[in-house]
Design a protein around this ligand. Structure first.
Ligand code: NAD
Length: 363
């Protein structure tokens, strides 16, 4: 298996492999870039078909974290961990403790947190072996779960999108469709309902749909129907790659602003959206509320004596609105896609070598 010539390898600083025969742990940690600070990113547990799939995922996700933290104005780099295994069958306290030992070997260059397949409880177990774990915070309202902050950040970014697209600062009457009303999607739906929006929701689990219909008065729609609705704004909050040739051709919305990671099936789809006049809020900019929360959960380690302050976290998450505005404005001025503008701003912030080289060449 190649690393340095791997298609998803992007000058990653470090890729570490670990296996613990006793607990059955097989894991990879990728540290993409630490120019701005230690790398932080979730620990995903997934039944990858093979090692290659796990490597591809960790390389891609860790790179994404560098861009996300840079855009969120955090003194963090990008990293990610993957555990190869089925979280419902293969997870055990021994395996999580071994993961803690693995994280500890990196000496703080990588800090972990929750991701798909891992929970707040799992972070507590990993934390028995390493201090480099976030997403656990005793006595807080959310116990360390970043989802409420992610939802709030998406709400802030969505408002910026509505303001830019329709000059609307108030969301009342805005028709919003939400794909996936899970941890983030449901909380976002609640905030939108409070702001007076009209909601259309879908999910693959009927009880999640029922919760949104019964508690928020949302209209339930089919999993495929969500792409054909005559609504103003689409909020993807389920999975990645849902903006593709098929779905974009069907969408009638004026803007897309949602929590899901890697929404564009391919980079070129940002241009397809632009040509169709659909304003796209780049995913890693709008869904940074969670990483901002997790960053402040580490406050006591960075600055002994200081502790997690929800008001400070909210203030920082509110900056997603102005960052989003800046991206939209620069895209309008340059004629580039919002996704491309976001990448460029992030690269300027973390000092991506290629961007620096281009700048030097241009100078
Ligand atoms: P979740 O698993 O709680 O919710 C996802 C929901 O989408 C579930 O209810 C699921 O049933 C539904 N879903 C899955 N496939 C679907 C489909 N084809 N059609 C309709 N619904 C479908 O996850 P979450 O924590 O709410 O995260 C949602 C998205 O936001 C994910 O892409 C995640 O990577 C991203 N994200 C989450 C956070 C966070 O803090 N949780 C932070 C950043 C990004």
């Amino acid at each position: 298996m190649s690393i340095f010539s791997h298609p998803a390898y992007d000058k990653h600083e470090q890729v570490a492999f670990y296996q613990d025969a006793k607990s059955g742990l097989k894991a990879i940690i990728a540290v993409h870039n630490t120019n701005l600070g230690p790398s932080l990113g979730g620990c995903r547990m997934w039944p990858y078909a093979d090692d290659g799939e796990a490597l591809n995922d960790v390389l891609r996700l860790s790179r994404g974290m560098t861009y996300k933290s840079a855009m969120a104005g955090l003194k963090l780099g990008g990293g990610k961990a993957v555990i190869i295994g089925d979280p419902r069958k293969d997870k055990s306290p021994e395996l999580l403790r071994a993961m803690g030992d693995f994280i500890n070997t990196l000496g703080g260059r990588y800090i972990t947190a929750e991701d798909s397949g891992t929970s707040v409880e799992d972070m507590h177990v990993i934390g028995e072996r390493t201090q480099f774990v976030s997403g656990v915070i005793e006595g807080s309202e959310h116990g360390g779960d970043p989802s409420p902050s992610t939802a709030y950040g998406v709400f802030v970014g969505l408002k910026a999108a509505a303001a830019h697209r329709w000059g609307k600062t108030d969301l009342s009457g805005l028709k919003v469709s939400i794909q996936g009303v899970g941890n983030v999607g449901f909380r976002l739906a609640k905030l939108l309902k409070e702001a007076g929006a009209e909601l259309y929701v879908t999910d693959i689990f009927q009880d999640n749909i029922d919760r949104a219909v019964n508690q928020l008065g949302a209209t339930a729609v089919g999993a495929e129907e969500i792409f054909d609705l005559d609504v103003d704004l689409f909020a993807p909050c389920a999975m990645g790659a849902i903006l593709n040739d098929d779905t974009i051709a069907r969408l009638k919305v004026g803007a897309i602003a949602g929590a899901a990671n890697n929404q564009l099936a391919e980079e070129r789809h940002a241009e397809v959206l632009r040509e169709k006049g659909i304003l796209y809020a780049p995913d890693y900019v709008i869904n940074a509320g969670g990483i901002i929360d997790v960053y402040y959960q580490q406050q006591g380690i960075r600055e002994p004596g200081k502790s997690y302050d929800p008001a400070q976290v909210k203030e920082h998450i509110d900056t997603i609105g102005s960052t989003m505005q800046e991206v939209f404005q620069r895209a309008d001025e340059s004629g580039e896609t919002t996704a491309h503008v976001a990448d460029r701003v992030a690269e300027e912030r973390f000092g991506h070598e290629d961007t620096l080289k281009n700048d030097t060449a241009a100078a």
